[in-house]
Design a protein around this ligand. Structure first.
Ligand code: MCA
Ligand code: AMP
Length: 469
């Protein structure tokens, strides 16, 4: 049973009137546990269902109902653009929309999610290896790939986090993150329904909203925490919390230090990816070291590999490619056996694409990414190639190179260097809007620089490193 707190035979499963608060709606535990009845009636037998993952009660009911009914969910970004949505629907083979109605359902039937108050809830029998979620995520090139996450992986990860964080039913978990990525959806919502704690979604993750929520356990990406520390009143209001958790991107050391000073909490840092779920974390009862992301969670193994494949010593200084193994790993990319094969070595280790160091105590520090083509902006993972392909579809763009430049607020900001087509003048604002409409809004470049030529090597390959300076 993945959503343990919604199991009828669980002694902890007493009804709670405010199990979930989201978008000015409160859902009780019995309303949530009954959400599967509608799914089984409307969509029983469906193999994949798309959910437009806005932060609303419809999304919570749709995801909960599907997980209870054993129907795999494809969360579609709330701000998804035309081309990205088309790719996700086609690639996933989603048979219907459930929950929030998209402006254009693209020919698929739509069903509203139903709460199940007073109904006996229906729980399908599922195998641990069954796919629970297919989450689309960017690679360095090409359109996003569907990461198949099993019920086993979700349960193993959430239980390991509960152990590391002493996460309990008494917690009130607060966040305002997107409901279509692992951080907000799996850890925030599914985690709460597994542990049985109350869950509060703040809408936008503003410092004021976090301060007002009065939770015990707060999740945020580094951008959220740097905005919190810039608002001393909001930061002080978080003193009463039990724990602040940062993840999805590197937390700058000055932000860590400012959180200690202004909230009284050294944040818990944790590291992972859509494919591996969370694999490393500092522990509530362990050392929290600025700039370091912790030790392997229960059941997880890590190793560092040199360019020639040899092992790199765990001496706190030597840098290697980080690989991880354990029960939290994904079951491959949907329809992409080639990419799946590339992601793993022969012994089942997942190649994270990150470079790291490990010290003698097993503490890990993430040094950076192997590829400049995978950008982390505001905690979102965005492939440079995906944006380049979108921009090349605009008639004003002859050549383009996209990079992530350092940004105090977002960690990296997406910048597109564009050589304009002789036929049509390129307007930066128009190109930014074009990407926002084709892909998700959060994938738009924050800046477009029109240049005469791109730096290239003798083979004609763009020298992206020259654009980073
Ligand atoms: C701006 N807007 C536009 C345009 N420009 N709309 C249309 N066209 C445009 N050209 C609008 C947006 O729609 C939005 O509207 C508003 O401007 C602000 O958008 P934006 O600037 O993107 O927001 P922000 O304030 O910069 O967002 C910062 C953020 C966000 C809230 C921190 O980056 C965020 O939610 N990040 C979280 C990412 C995340 O959860 N990653 C987890 C993946 P409106 O205001 O109306 O909305 S990683 C993961 O899952 C793993 C496993 C892990 O480790 O956690
Ligand atoms: P995503 O699949 O969107 O979660 O992106 C995964 C990537 O985010 C990882 O491979 C890292 O590059 C980065 N990442 C996640 N958490 C952290 C962290 N705590 N510190 C540094 N990088 C992180």
């Amino acid at each position: 049973m993945l959503l343990t707190s919604l199991a009828s035979d669980d002694s902890n499963a007493a009804d709670i009137a405010d199990a979930v608060r989201i978008d000015n709606t409160v859902l009780s535990r019995s309303q949530l546990s009954g959400a599967s009845a509608g799914v089984l009636e409307d969509l029983g037998g469906a193999t994949r269902v798309a959910v437009l993952a806005t932060p609303t009660a419809q999304t919570v009911l749709a995801v909960t109902g599907c997980l209870l009914a054993g129907v795999p969910v494809v969360p579609v970004p709330a701000d998804v653009g035309v081309a990205e949505r088309q790719h996700m629907l086609r690639d996933s083979g989603a048979q219907a929309w459930l929950g929030e109605r998209p402006d254009d359902p693209a020919g698929l039937p739509h069903f509203s999610a139903r709460s199940g108050s007073q109904q006996p809830h229906a729980v399908a029998s599922c195998d641990d290896e069954d796919t629970a979620l297919i989450i689309y995520t960017s690679g360095t090139t090409g359109p996003p790939k569907g990461v198949q996450l099993s019920r086993r992986a979700l349960a193993a990860d959430l239980d390991a986090l509960a152990q590391a964080w002493q996460w309990s039913p008494d917690d009130v978990l607060v966040h305002g993150l997107p409901m279509y990525h692992v951080h907000g959806l799996v850890l925030g919502l599914v985690g709460s329904l597994r542990q049985g704690n109350r869950f509060v979604h703040t809408g936008k993750p503003t410092p004021e909203a976090y301060a007002a929520a009065r939770g015990t356990l707060y999740f945020g990406v580094p951008t959220v925490w740097s905005r919190v520390v810039a608002d001393p009143g909001a930061a002080a209001a978080l003193r009463s919390a039990r724990m602040l958790v940062s993840g999805s991107a590197a937390l700058p050391v000055p932000v860590f230090d400012a959180l200690v000073e202004r909230t009284g909490h050294a944040p818990i840092e944790r590291y992972g990816s859509t494919e591996s779920l969370i694999t490393l974390s500092t522990r509530v009862d362990g050392e929290r070291r600025p700039g370091w992301v912790g030790v392997p969670l229960q059941g997880v193994q890590t190793k560092l590999v040199a360019d020639d494949g040899s092992p790199v010593p765990h001496d706190g200084e030597s840098i290697g490619r980080l690989a991880v193994r354990g029960p939290t790993l994904f079951n491959g990319y949907l329809n992409r056996p080639d990419a799946t094969a590339d992601a793993f070595d022969g012994d089942g280790w997942y190649r994270t694409g990150d470079v790291a160091v490990i010290d003698a105590q097993g503490m890990h520090r993430i040094v950076g990414r192997e590829s400049v083509d995978l950008i982390k902006t505001g905690g979102f993972r965005v492939g440079a190639g995906e944006i380049e392909t979108a921009l090349l579809g605009h008639p004003a763009v002859a050549e383009v190179a996209v990079v992530g430049l350092p940004d105090d607020d977002l960690g990296q900001r997406i910048v597109a260097f564009v050589v304009a087509s002789p036929a049509e003048p390129a307007q930066p604002g128009e190109l930014i809007d074009y990407v926002a409409q084709q892909l998700s809004i959060h994938k738009r470049p924050r800046e477009v620089r029109i240049v005469d030529a791109l730096p290239r090597n003798a083979m004609g390959k763009v020298l992206k490193k020259a654009l980073l300076t």
